[in-house]
Design a protein around this ligand. Structure first.
Ligand code: AMP
Ligand code: MN
Ligand code: MN
Length: 327
């Protein structure tokens, strides 16, 4: 399915009044920053905007400008004309926010996950974009929507987090140009934002890393690295789900490692699997899709039913097959 144009989306934004902006469960900086940025821009146009995520605002992103706008969704359907899903590869990853927008007449889906099946009426899925925030910037610019300090800071946080601080391969000249424009137009203090994003972790996050590293193991001639978080360890340390965002990068950062895997035991007899790859020829999105998940070629995830031991075995076996075919 081909993408909608920014003009078509701009028209719908101008012609309606009640919006709900949603993103995926277990949100990250790209999800929350993109939501707040678009919401603030629409608010400046005089629109009524709800900003919902099943998990609500996370402590670590609560410094984002106007973070208080983002709340958990209400239990009952609200008065919404247009539902906008951002950064959400499959519709059911919107979780409990889905029920709250049942009245929506129009669905807009803006995302950068290759595995996005293009749900909704107006769709922009751009897998070349390193962050949904970059697409939102394009929309705001092309439609001459409001862009002020608060909007710029939210977009900067979205792009910075999803590019791993402007390091991942999809980071392009355009990404730096956008960042430069955001810094200039918004008068952003980059050092301060980076400190809030990357140097303000709670101590328990580092204690969690210590426990994860104790479980670290390597396979496939050290090309695959994995670690595991059990429910017991999570409870003992009192960690929040948000604490583990980014920890998998410690595995990916090892020389020779091509695939990094993080297994996290969940309370519903499922295991959350996070996967990263350093080689386009090893497509972790394809591996995760086999287990009902999705994502990007180099960063993907899935929630898989089973015990830790069962899921670890199944997933590592699938990775083993990929390496066997490759060599
Ligand atoms: P994570 O490992 O949770 O940071 O996720 C890596 C990428 O894969 C992100 O872009 C996610 O949106 C995507 N992803 C994670 N879990 C799933 C899932 N269960 N289904 C589809 N996409 C996912
Ligand atoms: Mn995301
Ligand atoms: Mn994203």
């Amino acid at each position: 399915m081909s993408n909608t144009t920014f003009d078509q989306i701009g028209k719908v934004l101008r012609e309606h009044q009640h919006f709900a902006i949603l993103s995926h469960v277990r949100p990250d900086g790209d999800a929350l920053g993109s939501q707040l940025a678009l919401a603030l821009s629409l608010e400046q146009l005089g629109k009524e905007v709800r900003v919902w995520n099943e998990d609500g605002m996370l402590e670590k992103y609560s410094f984002l400008p106007r973070a208080e706008l983002l709340t958990k969704p209400p239990g009952a359907p609200d008065d919404v004309d247009v539902a906008i899903a951002l950064d959400t590869a499959i519709q059911n990853r919107l979780g409990t926010a889905l029920a709250a927008v049942r009245a929506a007449k129009i669905w807009i889906n803006i995302d950068h996950h290759r595995s996005n099946p293009s749900y909704g009426d107006l769709v922009i899925v751009d897998p070349s974009a390193p962050a949904t925030g970059e697409i939102i910037f394009g929309l705001i610019k092309s439609q001459a929507l409001p862009l002020n300090h608060d909007i710029a800071e939210n977009l900067y946080a979205a792009i910075s987090t999803d590019t791993g601080s402007f390091q991942y391969p999809k980071t392009s000249a355009r990404t730096f140009e956008i960042a430069a424009e955001l810094v200039r137009v918004g008068g952003l203090d980059v050092g301060k934002i980076s400190q809030q994003l990357y140097e303000s972790y709670p101590r328990r996050r580092v204690e969690l890393l210590r426990e994860l590293l104790r479980t670290m193991r390597f396979s496939e001639q050290d090309r695959v690295a994995a670690f595991t978080l059990s429910l017991k360890t999570a409870a003992d340390l009192g960690v929040l789900p948000e604490d583990n965002e980014g920890l998998i990068d410690h595995l990916r950062a090892v020389r020779g490692v091509i695939v990094a895997v993080f297994f996290e035991e969940l309370t519903d007899s499922k295991v959350r699997v996070s996967m990263r790859s350093k080689d386009e020829a090893v497509d972790v999105c394809a591996i995760c899709q086999k287990f009902g998940g999705g994502g990007h070629t180099l960063a993907a995830g899935a929630r898989i039913r089973g015990s830790l031991a069962e899921v670890e075995e199944k997933v590592l076996e699938e990775i083993r097959e990929v390496f066997k075919r490759k060599s």
